[in-house]
Write a protein that binds this ligand. Structure first.
Ligand code: BYC
Ligand code: FE
Ligand code: FE
Length: 481
């Protein structure tokens, strides 16, 4: 094994003079590579992928594009630069010194937050590992791999924190992150959405739209943290997250665009006659992944979230914005939630604000998701169609929190269990839906060509043309099998 060096691991944490961290990473890195070969994108480890790599945090240096084989990707460790005057700006310790070490009294909580964040990153790579085999174009194949290597880097970012600040416990957690497996019966990933299969590209685009967007909001909340190394690590991760959400949002938009075109061309306006994906099917996928992603915010009433806020570990979205959040202590006021009951009555739940922080963060997320839906609807509107996409009610299909396990429909009306079961196929993808989408998943690897069910993007990556060879295969043939 080659020694860890600045050249191998781009970083701005002075790795070359940090012997202890070097040693810990030298032990971990081969296991990471083994994990990547076993659980990373299957069948493409020898190919040349046109990827961007973060080599510094400067605006012009952080995204360098070049061909690289994925196992040779330079996973780096970057934190945004230190802000001189930063003080704790919410919770019980407002105005206090930010921390550059882990305070003993929040060590357990902080470790748990970092491990939970870290766990999602390799989980998503595992969920997506077979998608390369059915990519609708080289452009999309490259985007998938870009997302995958960056989630790998996010794992590195969190492993750095564990190793640098949590001693032996941290090193053990770093190993365990390579042991748990998405969907594994005995050793699953921590959060539920990261154990769901992502078996087709529509699911991938919905996941990167809605689940990576949970990442945006969770990272944003951690970027407010009083633990400065966590704040600066997650702040930098947010710059990468933008691309993941772009892949998802434009992916779904391109599906819609193609469907519109086929609705106009195909016999009886039926897009399935020409290998397109009907709009109602897209809506059911949206319902599935949006509701699964809402679960990632945890319970609406959460003592954990109150502790995180009080101690300054995790803030709200854009907590530093005083006009948005005039009160950074959040000690007064209730967040009132409504819970419809089977008898037609409505129960009102008042949640003390600090205990409602999961919900407050989720509200910011929901607003953002609504903007995505508006942009998709503009595509439909411009084409002169009357159909519209929508977000299901926050009560729909929930497995966490107050609405968990209750049979609400996407409009938020409480149904009987029997009616929900009967109409499930209207709301969520059915086995037939999955089978149909799967039947469209055939690879399309000729440069500039796209599968039947998706429109080309407006432009290529890094201002290159659509027909650029974003992936150069080491040998033809094998991956088509
Ligand atoms: N599934 O007090 P509560 C990303 C557990 S995505 C299973 O309401 P809390 C990415 C919870 O642990 C961003 N279990 O929860 C995206 C607790 O367990 P205990 C990931 C769950 O702690 C795409 C119990 O239920 N980052 O980066 O307030 C690709 C009671 O829960 C779930 C983070 O999540 C669940 N969904 O909030 C790649 C940030 N939810 O104590 C990457 C770090 C809760 O009873 N994590 N539980 O054993 C957190 O801030 C919090 O842990 C959560 C949960 C917001 C997730
Ligand atoms: Fe990530
Ligand atoms: Fe992401």
């Amino acid at each position: 094994m080659t020694a860890i060096s600045n050249e191998k691991i781009p970083n701005n944490v002075d790795l070359s003079s940090n012997k202890k961290l070097q040693r810990a990473l030298e032990e971990w890195q081969p296991n990471f590579i083994d994990w990547w070969m076993e659980m990373g994108p299957e069948g493409y480890q020898q190919d040349q992928i046109y990827l961007r790599t973060a080599v510094s945090v400067d605006t012009d240096g952080w995204a360098k594009f070049d061909y690289v084989k994925m196992p040779e990707y330079r996973w780096g460790i970057f934190l945004t630069p230190v802000q001189k005057e930063r003080v704790i700006h919410f919770g019980d310790n407002i105005g206090g010194q930010i921390w550059n070490e882990v305070p003993g009294d929040v060590r357990k909580e902080l470790r748990r937050l970092i491990v939970t964040q870290a766990d999602t990153e390799p989980a998503s790579v595992e969920q997506q590992r077979l998608l390369g085999k059915t990519a609708p174009s080289l452009y999309d194949l490259r985007n998938l791999f870009q997302v995958n290597v960056e989630e790998g880097r996010h794992l590195w970012a969190m492993v750095y924190l564990l190793m640098q600040y949590f001693g032996k416990d941290g090193r053990e957690e770093a190993q365990d992150l390579l042991v748990r497996r998405s969907g594994h019966a005995d050793s699953p990933r921590i959060l539920q959405a990261f154990n769901k299969p992502i078996d087709d590209w529509l699911a991938f685009f919905c996941f990167t739209t809605f689940t990576d967007r949970d990442g945006k909001y969770q990272l944003g909340a951690l970027a407010e943290s009083a633990f400065d190394p966590l704040a600066r690590s997650t702040r930098f991760m947010l710059t990468e997250e933008a691309h993941h959400m772009f892949v998802g949002e434009t992916g779904v938009a391109r599906v819609i665009e193609r469907t519109i075109q086929l609705m106009k061309e195909a016999p009886e306006g039926d897009p399935t006659k020409r290998g397109g994906i009907p709009l109602d099917l897209v809506q059911r996928y949206v319902n599935e992944w949006y509701s699964a992603s809402l679960d990632l915010f945890g319970s609406e009433d959460s003592s954990n979230s109150a502790t995180y806020f009080a101690s300054g570990l995790k803030g709200r979205w854009d907590e530093g914005n005083d006009s948005k959040w005039p009160d950074h202590k959040a000690l007064s006021g209730d967040y009132v939630m409504e819970l419809p009951k089977g008898d037609g009555s409505v129960e009102r739940h008042g949640i003390p604000l600090r205990r409602a922080m999961n919900l407050v963060l989720r509200d910011s997320y929901v607003e953002d998701c609504n903007r995505v839906i508006e942009r998709w609807n503009r595509v439909l509107e411009r084409a002169g169609l009357s159909e519209r996409m929508s977000l299901p009610s926050e009560r729909f299909n929930r497995h966490m929190g107050l609405y968990s396990g209750m049979p609400f429909d996407p409009q938020g009306r409480l149904l009987s269990g029997e009616e929900f079961a009967r109409r499930r196929g209207e709301f969520l993808p059915s086995p037939q839906d999955y089978a149909y989408v799967q039947s469209l998943m055939v690879p399309c690897y000729a440069p500039g060509e796209f599968a039947s069910w998706i429109a080309p993007p407006r432009k290529g990556i890094n201002n290159l043309p659509q027909e650029f060879e974003y992936v150069k295969f080491a040998s033809n043939g094998e991956r088509r099998a």
